[in-house]
Each structure stands twice: as structure tokens, then as C-alpha cells.
Design a protein around this ligand. Structure first.
Ligand code: PGA
Length: 259
């Protein structure tokens, strides 16, 4: 995995921004995998300020809460439309987010997987990381071979995400999330993490053993995974100086090109 460490979140985001912009310019009908939460907000803000054509772009979001209607302000549908989709020229029919209100969760999850395949697979998957190492809502213990399915959130994740809800008790217990294998099939995975509170999860994922107890650690098996970190999120990495040196000494052509 390539580890890119920048002084501040804005600088780490700039790496992901360049990757998305390059992809959309080179492949107008690109397929993007998108994340929610605080981490990708800087990226989405920066993307909306750019002159990019989203008219042929297809997106698949990682996850959604079960039992929260799309129109609810706490849904990830609302999050995505508010922070990105309403500000770019994407076509509604090209946006895919799991439906938390479906009455056939297994069937819906199978269909979600099929739609990703039919779209030609995900070119670039943007990922955040939970404090216990989840990617999407694949909590510790998730099968590393999992596909889109229902998951039960840990109490820690529910507490973390309570800030987006009116009361902690209203945070749903269940979610629909892309599986770990689904994520691993993306051609490029880009993990973003900022702040000291992510440093333990990042150290476990990047330098610890590959284990379902740290679901993000599976990215060590991805041929084109990049972690874009700020200094605080990277602060517990043992090989910090090596990662910095690798990035500083990359050939210019390699540094500039992700797609
Ligand atoms: P955050 O969440 O971006 O709000 O920190 C990341 C995650 O839980 O995956």
C-alpha cells in the first residue's frame, strides 16, 4: 500500500482530489465508489468547486442505515445530495446508494452487487476508516470475503455517529454496506484519515496483521491501495520516515499519474 503523509487534511485531500479529477477527465463515464462521514467532506467541497463533467459518471455509495428513509436528513442519501450530488451535473439515475427502506434486504444487496458489475466495476473507491478499523460499515469480525449485506453496528460506531442524529438512541442498529470483497474489487482504493483519533486504527490497518479484527487491514492485499493521511493520523506508524522518503523520491511521472 502506498502511504502518503501530508501536514494537514487539506493537503492529503488534494491527492485524492487530483485522482478523482484525473479519472473524470480521462474517463468521462468513470465509476466512483463514495463514502460518507466527516472525512470526505473536504474532498466533496473541493470537487464541487471544480469544473468537472459528471454527466456520464456513475457512483456507488458504500452504505446506508436500515430504517431511515432517503428523504430523512440523517440518511446517507441526504448527506450525498447535500454535500456533492446537488452541486454537480450528475444524473440521478447514475447515483446508487443502498436503500435502507427495502423490504427485501438480501435481494436488494444482490441487486446492488449486480449493478456494480453491470456498470463495469468501480474505478476508484474513496474510503474513510472507523476508530476500530471499519471500512464501509464492515465492523471488526466482518468476513474479509463479504459482499453487500446487512450488518449490525458496534456500540462504539453508534456513539461516534450519534452526532448526526437528534438523540443517540435513534442511531439505527442495522445498516446495509458493501462487503469487503466488494470494496477490494475496485481498481484503485483510496483511504483517507485525518486526526489523532484515527492513528491507532491506521497503525493497525497499515502495519498490523491482516485480520478481520481490523477490516481495513485487508487493503494490504490490494495491488493499488493508497492511504492519504495527515500527520496526526500517521503519528503511530513505525515506518513513517520510510513512507515520507518513498513519496519524496517518487519519479515525477509516477507522482503525477494515478490514472
Ligand atoms: P468519519 O467516519 O469520516 O466521520 O470519521 C469514518 C468511518 O466511520 O468510516
Amino acid at each position: 500500500m502506498e502511504v502518503i503523509i501530508q501536514p494537514i487534511p487539506e493537503a492529503a485531500t488534494a491527492i485524492a482530489l487530483r485522482a478523482v479529477a484525473d479519472l473524470l477527465r480521462k474517463k468521462p463515464n468513470a465509476v466512483l465508489g463514495l463514502a460518507t462521514g466527516s472525512t470526505p467532506l473536504l474532498l466533496y467541497n473541493a470537487l464541487t468547486a471544480m469544473d468537472l463533467d459528471w454527466s456520464k459518471v456513475t457512483t456507488f455509495n458504500l452504505d446506508e442505515y436500515v430504517g431511515i428513509p432517503a428523504a430523512d436528513s440523517c440518511s446517507y442519501h441526504s448527506f450525498m445530495w447535500q454535500n456533492l450530488f446537488s452541486k454537480v451535473n450528475i444524473r440521478r439515475k447514475n447515483v446508487h446508494i443502498p436503500d435502507g427502506m427495502t423490504n427485501d434486504i438480501p435481494g436488494h444487496c444482490e441487486q446492488y452487487e449486480r449493478r456494480i458489475r453491470d456498470a463495469g466495476g468501480i474505478d476508484l473507491q474513496i474510503l474513510g476508516i472507523g476508530r476500530e478499523g471499519h471500512i464501509g460499515f464492515n465492523e471488526p469480525g466482518s468476513s474479509l470475503a463479504s459482499r453487500t449485506r446487512i450488518k449490525t453496528l458496534t456500540e462504539r460506531t453508534r456513539k461516534e455517529n450519534a452526532r448526526f442524529f437528534k438523540a443517540p438512541a435513534t442511531v439505527p442498529l442495522h445498516v446495509i454496506t458493501m462487503g469487503i470483497r466488494t470494496i477490494m474489487e475496485a481498481r484503485v482504493c483510496m483511504l483517507l484519515a485525518f486526526g489523532a483519533k484515527k492513528s491507532r486504527a491506521i497503525a493497525a490497518a497499515l502495519e498490523g496483521p491482516i485480520t478481520s479484527m481490523s477490516p481495513a487491514s485487508i487493503l494490504q492485499m490490494h495491488p493499488r491501495a493508497k492511504a492519504c493521511l495527515d500527520t496526526l493520523a500517521a503519528s503511530r506508524l513505525k515506518h513513517l520516515e520510510y513512507y515520507r522518503s518513498v513519496y519524496d523520491h517518487k519519479p515525477k511521472w509516477q507522482k503525477a499519474e494515478i490514472f
